[in-house]
Design a protein around this ligand. Structure first.
Ligand code: NAD
Length: 502
C-alpha cells in the first residue's frame, strides 16, 4: 500500500498512524494508497520549520531566488508526464488534461522567475527639498495554501512559486483525495536547491485546515475550494488577523447569441462542460441560449457527445475520465432525477453510457438538461460534474440579468459575431473572468485569476500581479541626508509646500 506522508523541513515526515485517509483510483474504484492526516502538533512542526527557514530565505538575493525558480521550472518541465500520470491515477482526468494542468502551473513558475523585475519599487528624487521617497515590497512571512481535489498540481502551483519568489516560506495543505502530486512537487523543490523548510506539505483534513487558520505564526492564507469552506476559511483566518484570499465555487454561464456559429459554440460547450468530467471551477455549467438558438445548440451537443469516448485517463483514446469518488458521482447523477422532478427535460442521460473501463470505476457519462429555469435546484446548485443545463432566454439583457442574479461569479463567456454585444457583455457581466468566443477563459499567468460574488472572499486574485501584492507588504520610505542643523524644526504636520516655503 502506497503511504503518502507529509513533507516537512526538506524531507518526508511520517504522520501519526492514528489519523489516516484512503486514496482511490477513480477509474477502478480500487484503493491505491493511504494518506497521513496531520494532527495539530504536526501542523505546528511544519509551521515551525517554515518559520526557521524564513530569515535566511527572505535575505537570499533576488538573483539566487530567481535562479532556484529557473531550476524548478526546468525540473518540472522534464517531468510533466510523470506528474500528469500521478494526477490521473488519483484524480482520474485523462492524461492530456493532466499534462495541461501541469503546463498551466509551469507558466506560473515562469512568471515567478521574473521576480527581480516584479519586486522593483518606486523612487521619487526631491519630493521636497533634500527629501527622497521610495517604496518597496517585502515578504509577509510564513504563508499557507489550502487546495482542492480538482487540480492537485496546478492550484498549488498557482500559489507557492510566487509566494516563495517573494521571499516567504510556505505550508501547503492539499486535498486529501489526491495528495501525491504535492509530495512530488516538494521533491522537485528540494532537487531545485530551494532550502529546507521553505516549502512544506501537511496532508490532512479539517483538523489541519483549522489549525492553519488560527496559527499565530502564519501571516497569510490562500484558499481554493468550495464556497462554504471558502467562507469559513475567510472568516476564521481574518478573525485571527491574517490576510486571506479564498476562492470559492462556481456556476459558469456560457451565453450563445443567435448570430454565433452554432457548430463552434456546441463544440466549445462540450469541451468546457465535459472536460475533466465537469470537475473544473471554470467548467461551463449553464448554457444560456438566446433568441431561439437553443434547438440548434442542443442538437450540436448531442451529435458531438454521441461519439465522445469515456474511459480511463490512462487510455489515450479517452476524452473524459471518471469522477473523483463514488459518492460524488452519485450526487452528480441525482441531479438528473431532480431536474426531471422539477420539470426540466433530460436530453442526454449519462447514466446509460457504456464505458470502456472497469465497472467499479466512478463513471457518469456526459449529460444535458434542457428547459432549466433559474428557480430550479439544478440551476442554483454547483453540480461539479458532467451535467450541463440549458436555460433559454429572449435577449442579451435577460442573459446578463440571469448571471447577475446567480450567487456565483467566477467565469462567464459569450459566443457571438457581434462586437457591440460582446463589448456590452464584457462591461456589464458580473464575473471576474470573461471569455469572448473562448469558453474557458482562465487568464494567462501574467494576469490574475479570481471570481466575483460567492466565488471569491477577499480582494486580491491568485497569481500574476495580484499574487505578488498578496504575498508582499508595501513600505514607503521618506529620507533626508542633510545635516540636522541646516533645518529649522517646525511643529506643523510635515508637507511638501510648507517645507518649500521655508
Ligand atoms: P472543498 O471545499 O471540499 O475542499 C477544499 C479544501 O478544503 C481541501 O483541502 C479540503 O481538505 C478542505 N476542507 C474541506 N472541507 C473542509 C471543512 N469543513 N473545513 C476545513 N477545511 C475543509 O473543495 P473540493 O471538493 O476539494 O474542490 C471542488 C470545489 O473547489 C468546487 O466547489 C470548485 O468550484 C472549487 N474550485 C474553485 C476554484 C476557483 O479558482 N474558484 C478552483 C478549483 C476548484
Amino acid at each position: 500500500m502506497n503511504q503518502i506522508t507529509h513533507w516537512i523541513d526538506g524531507k518526508p515526515w511520517l504522520g501519526d498512524a492514528a489519523r489516516r485517509g484512503r486514496v482511490f483510483n477513480p477509474a477502478t474504484g480500487q484503493q491505491s494508497g493511504e494518506v497521513d492526516f496531520a494532527t495539530v502538533d504536526e501542523v505546528d512542526e511544519a509551521v515551525a520549520a517554515a518559520q526557521r527557514a524564513f530569515p535566511g530565505w527572505r535575505s537570499t538575493s533576488l538573483s539566487r531566488r530567481s535562479t532556484a525558480l529557473f531550476s524548478l521550472r526546468a525540473l518540472l518541465a522534464s517531468h510533466v508526464d510523470d506528474l500528469a500520470a500521478l494526477v490521473t491515477s488519483e484524480h482520474g482526468k485523462v492524461h492530456a488534461d493532466a499534462a495541461g494542468e501541469v503546463a498551466r502551473g509551469l507558466e506560473v513558475i515562469e512568471y515567478a522567475c521574473g521576480i527581480p523585475q516584479l519586486l522593483k519599487g518606486e523612487f521619487s528624487e526631491g519630493a521636497s527639498t533634500g527629501i527622497n521617497v521610495h517604496s518597496l515590497r517585502q515578504p509577509v512571512g510564513v504563508v499557507a495554501g489550502i487546495t482542492p481535489f480538482n487540480f492537485p498540481a496546478m492550484v498549488p502551483l498557482w500559489m507557492f512559486p510566487l509566494a516563495i519568489a517573494c521571499g516567504n516560506t510556505f505550508v501547503l495543505k492539499p486535498s486529501e483525495k489526491d495528495p501525491s502530486a504535492s509530495v512530488y512537487l516538494a521533491e522537485l523543490v528540494a532537487e531545485a536547491g530551494i532550502p529546507e523548510g521553505v516549502f512544506n506539505v501537511v496532508q490532512g483534513d479539517k483538523v489541519a485546515v483549522d489549525r492553519i487558520l488560527t496559527h499565530p505564526d502564519i501571516a497569510a492564507v490562500s484558499f481554493v475550494g468550495s464556497t462554504p469552506v471558502a467562507r469559513h476559511v475567510y472568516e476564521t483566518a481574518a478573525r485571527a488577523g491574517k490576510r486571506v484570499q479564498a476562492l470559492g465555487g462556481a456556476k459558469n454561464h456560457m451565453v450563445v447569441l443567435p448570430d454565433a456559429d452554432m457548430a463552434e459554440a456546441a463544440e466549445a460547450a462540450v469541451s468546457a462542460g465535459y472536460g475533466s468530467a465537469g470537475e473544473r471551477c471554470m467548467a461551463a455549467s449553464v448554457l444560456v441560449a438566446v433568441g431561439g438558438c437553443g434547438d440548434a445548440l442542443v442538437e450540436g451537443i448531442r451529435r458531438r457527445v454521441d461519439g465522445l469516448e469515456v474511459g480511463p485517463g490512462t487510455d489515450p483514446k479517452s476524452e473524459m475520465g471518471p469522477l473523483i469518488t463514488a459518492e460524488h458521482r452519485d450526487k452528480v447523477a441525482s441531479y438528473l432525477d431532480i431536474g426531471t422532478e422539477e420539470g426540466a427535460t433530460v436530453v442526454i442521460d449519462g447514466r446509460g453510457r457504456r464505458v470502456n473501463g472497469d465497472e467499479n470505476g466512478y463513471w457518469l457519462g456526459p449529460s444535458l438538461i434542457d428547459d432549466v429555469a433559474p428557480t430550479m435546484q439544478v440551476y442554483r446548485d454547483e453540480i461539479f460534474g458532467p451535467v450541463l443545463s440549458v436555460v433559454r432566454v429572449e435577449s442579451l439583457d435577460d442573459a446578463l440579468a440571469l448571471i447577475r442574479a446567480n450567487g456565483f461569479g467566477n467565469g462567464a463567456a459569450i459566443f457571438t459575431g457581434d462586437g457591440g454585444a460582446a463589448q456590452r457583455f464584457e462591461t456589464e457581466v458580473e464575473a471576474g473572468m470573461v471569455g469572448i468566443n473562448v469558453a474557458i477563459p482562465v487568464p494567462v499567468s501574467y494576469y490574475s485569476f479570481g471570481g466575483w460574488q460567492g466565488s471569491l472572499f477577499g480582494d486580491l486574485h491568485v497569481y500574476g500581479p495580484d499574487g505578488v501584492r498578496f504575498y508582499t507588504r508595501g513600505k514607503a520610505v521618506t529620507s533626508r541626508w542633510s545635516r540636522i542643523g541646516e533645518h529649522h524644526a517646525s511643529l506643523a504636520f510635515p508637507n511638501a509646500a510648507a517645507s518649500e516655503s521655508r
